[in-house]
Ligand binder design. Structure first.
Ligand code: NAI
Ligand code: MG
Length: 397
């Protein structure tokens, strides 16, 4: 039997994960779940939001299901530390970012597919003035460890760093006038190895699931070195190994505009860390938003992978007596896990059940009802988190 490391984290992370495990059980997925500690409580009481024991568990079992964590700015985090930990020089860092970096989870996949009957689906006006509801079926491959989120940055950089930058004619010309102390630098570093990996993963996915195109959504005409490297690599890989798949090149800014003009045109999209982050939120908005946005993060070399909804811990909803949040993003993330471990039949069964519940439109969480998220929505016709999971389970039969 498989062992899955279940990392509920904080706030609504706990409830969406519990409900998802209920759905997995009901669908016949046989697994043992071991709980991995992660999140705010472990920061406050142990000074570590990602304790070593959780890292060890993932190292051992390789597959993690993660709910969501609460993150706070450095100073606030320090204030909430237990008194006896305050003099230990501890600095808070987001445990999910640490997890990605520690295990080199460089491949992030975020599918955005519209469900028939989802009242949150994007609509637009067609040429004849009528309403159109384009079917979105896009998977974004986001490089998850490098680029602008790589963490290599300075304010008032050390002299040797500043000197090195001054040796670049553009830096000297455009920024050399500014006193070193008044300069902040965040770098955007791409390596050939990981750029190639994300581009290949995108093509491989397109091939496996029958998408006709892979779009590189970067900005190679302006960010020549990094975006340029990714696009050039995509050209080589397409030519050598995937001639049957079309390669498209869009600029990220234009892509964000086209997103609402013709989202149905796109298939697989690949981008660096920050652009991938932005574009996946953009597409998620077209298919229902945070209650529907799922993701996988994996390291193809070690097979270690973590599956999580893209939403956070929504702290203000966590204290409601009856939980109101939509568990579908977490359930869909679990389906990605099932795909990853070749339990495709169970994944298909669950996805079908989710699709039926949405199409039937009898059980809808507050977001689907377009209500604002207050505790009393469940008395006004919105389904609770548990009722939504129950409805999915009922369709599995
Ligand atoms: P959030 O994603 O937790 O919530 C934003 C809003 O989205 C909520 O108020 C709610 O209206 C809606 N929402 C979120 N999940 C939903 C669901 N499953 N169903 C229906 N509606 C849903 O983002 P926020 O409020 O900016 O951050 C809260 C905390 O979460 C912060 O501490 C933040 O650092 C952390 N966070 C953690 C992430 C992670 O664990 N990967 C990702 C994003 C934020
Ligand atoms: Mg994001």
């Amino acid at each position: 039997m498989r062992t899955i490391v279940a990392m509920p984290g904080d706030g609504i992370g706990k409830v969406v994960l519990d409900e998802t495990i209920r759905v997995l059980d009901a669908a016949g997925f046989e697994a043992k779940y071991v709980e991995g500690d992660i999140g705010w409580e472990f920061w406050r009481h142990e000074g570590d939001a990602l304790p070593q024991r959780t890292i060890d568990l993932l190292q051992e079992h390789k597959i993690g299901l993660f709910g969501a964590i609460t993150s706070k700015p450095k100073d606030e985090a320090f204030d909430e530390l237990d008194a006896e930990l305050k003099d230990k020089g501890l600095v808070y860092a987001s445990p999910i970012v640490r997890l990605r970096q520690h295990f080199g989870l460089d491949i992030c996949a975020r599918p955005c597919k519209s469900y028939e009957g989802n009242p949150l689906n994007f609509i637009r006006r067609g040429a004849d003035g009528g309403i159109e509801e384009p079917i979105v079926d896009v998977v974004i491959f986001r490089q998850n460890t490098e680029g602008l989120y790589g963490g290599v940055e300075w304010t008032n950089p050390p002299k040797e760093v500043h000197d090195a930058f001054m040796s670049h004619p553009r830096f000297k010309q455009n920024f050399g006038w500014a006193p070193k102390e008044e300069v902040s630098i965040s770098t955007r570093i791409f390596t050939k190895k990981y750029t190639e990996r994300i581009v290949r993963a995108a093509f491989e996915h397109a091939k496996q699931y029958g998408y006709k195109s892979v779009t590189v959504a970067e900005k190679p005409n302006v960010i020549r070195e990094t975006s340029g490297m990714m696009y050039k690599m995509a050209q080589q890989i397409q030519k050598a190994d995937y001639p049957e798949i079309e390669l498209w090149n869009t600029n990220i800014d234009a892509q964000m505009m086209w997103l609402t003009k013709n989202p149905e045109t796109y298939g697989v999209i690949v981008a660096g860390n920050m652009f991938g982050d932005i574009i996946s939120d953009g597409f998620a908005g077209l298919i229902g938003g945070l209650g529907f946005a799922c993701s996988a993060q994996m390291n193809p070399e070690t097979g270690i992978a973590v599956f999580e909804p893209t939403h956070g811990s929504a702290p203000k909803y966590a204290d409601y007596e009856t939980s109101i949040v939509n568990p579908i993003a977490m359930v869909e993330s679990a389906c990605m896990m099932l795909d990853h471990i070749n339990e495709n039949e169970i994944a298909t069964k669950i996805r079908k059940a989710v699709a039926e519940v949405i199409k039937e439109a009898k059980v809808q969480t507050y977001d689907m009802k377009k209500m604002s998220g207050r505790a009393d929505v469940v008395t006004k016709g919105a389904a609770s988190t548990q009722q939504m999971a129950d409805a999915i389970i009922a369709k599995l039969k």
